[in-house]
Write a protein that binds this ligand. Structure first.
Ligand code: FES
Ligand SMILES: [Fe+2]
Length: 369
């Protein structure tokens, strides 16, 4: 069920769809939602999922559909070991999807229940996300684990750190979510705030980019001197270095280091359906580790920031509903152009092969923001 967003003016939105990238890991939900003996649901790439945590702690994700007659498995029962369908009571081992019991079978039947499988997706817990691997259709019940890319993980540079998570549903497709995320020119307009920066602080900023596998890196640089959080980091009196990477299908990582102090974030824009997405930000830092309330304060400012993007995109979705023609300009939209080229290359590449890269070396971009 594609969720429909209603704007303040009461307009419901179902915008244009995006092509989806399969054979990769996406965050389905936060694992603190997985309570013992309970099932939780999520939607990823238009696939309804039912998730849970087995009694031994392992997390699982199944297609929320019984292979017998298609009733959603979430209406059934979960005892910590097996998921039982509420219609005819078939029982499934949830990590493999293997059927363990068909209650109606009698001694006259020869059907081997264990040869029947519900669809189970590879599912791993990292940084509080339940990451689910979504194979492309027709690649079999489970792609060989050796062929799978590694599960994404937030970079951390020491055991003592604080963490936070923020999420926002966006009523636009994943492409708009991603290019909105990497857009350097919206900052002074969509994120006006005393603690961030204002229109009047706009200045020209040269940025160097380099190609990395399936993505690009904004090469290590001293961050904007005109934004308050970075000024705060400056209190340590050591040079600050920031590296920002974008990697397919949907990941932006930012690492800020200042001597022994660091801040690290992983932002993902996940297709919930072909026309909607969700942005998740997970972050870890050891900056101001000893300052009380630093996590709620960071969450407060982070949430405001994400909310500003969300409000902008809800308004944008109102316009996109009418499928207008759009433009990408140089240099400020160049990262968006690379994203589309990288995505196209990946969609055209056979699994296992290296897709071609739109950049053949470093590029210097200039914009005012
Ligand atoms: S529909 Fe699930 S057991 Fe029949
Ligand atoms: Fe933004």
């Amino acid at each position: 069920m594609p969720f429909v967003t209603t704007t303040e003016s009461g307009v419901s939105i179902q915008g244009p769809t995006a092509t989806l990238i399969y054979d990769d890991w996406y965050p389905a939900l936060r694992t603190d939602q997985l309570r013992p003996g309970k099932l939780a649901t999520a939607m990823l790439l238009d696939i309804p999922l039912v998730l849970g945590r087995r009694a031994d702690g392992r997390v699982f994700a199944m297609r929320d559909s019984c292979p017998h007659r298609g009733i959603p498995l979430r209406y059934g029962w979960f005892d910590g070991n097996h998921v039982t369908c509420r219609y005819h009571g078939w029982e499934f081992e949830p990590c493999s999807g293997q059927c363990a019991l068909i209650p109606s079978l009698s001694s006259h039947d020869h059907l081997d229940a264990t040869r029947i499988y519900a669809t189970a997706f590879p599912c791993e817990e990292r940084d509080g996300h339940a990451w689910v691997f979504i194979p492309s259709a027709g690649t079999g019940r489970k792609a060989e684990s050796a062929d799978r890319r590694p599960v994404p993980e937030l970079a951390k540079f020491g055991p003592r750190h604080r963490t936070a998570h923020l999420a926002a549903d966006l009523p636009c497709n994943v492409d708009h979510g991603i290019i909105g995320l990497m857009d350097p020119a919206h900052g002074p307009f969509a994120h006006q705030a005393w603690w961030w920066r204002s229109r009047s602080s706009i200045r020209e900023k040269p940025k160097r980019f380099e190609p990395i596998p399936e993505g690009f890196r904004m090469s290590a640089h001293a961050p904007s001197g005109n934004s308050a959080p970075y000024k705060l980091l400056g209190v340590y009196g050591q040079p600050i270095e920031t590296t920002i990477d974008f990697v397919l299908p949907n990941r932006r990582t930012e690492i800020i280091r200042c001597g022994p102090k660091w801040f690290s974030s992983l932002t993902t824009v996940t297709p919930v359906t072909a026309s909607t997405c969700r942005v998740d930000v997970i972050a870890a830092w050891n900056v101001f580790y000893y300052v009380p309330f630093v996590t709620p304060i960071a969450k407060f400012f982070g949430a405001k920031f994400v909310r500003q993007d969300q409000v902008t995109m809800i308004q944008q979705a109102e316009g996109l509903r009418h499928n207008p023609s759009l433009m990408l300009i140089d240099d400020a939209d160049k990262p968006a152009k690379w994203y589309f080229a990288l995505k196209q290359a990946r969609l055209e590449t056979t699994p296992g092969a290296l897709s071609k890269h739109p950049m053949d070396g470093h590029v210097d971009l200039h914009w005012r923001s």
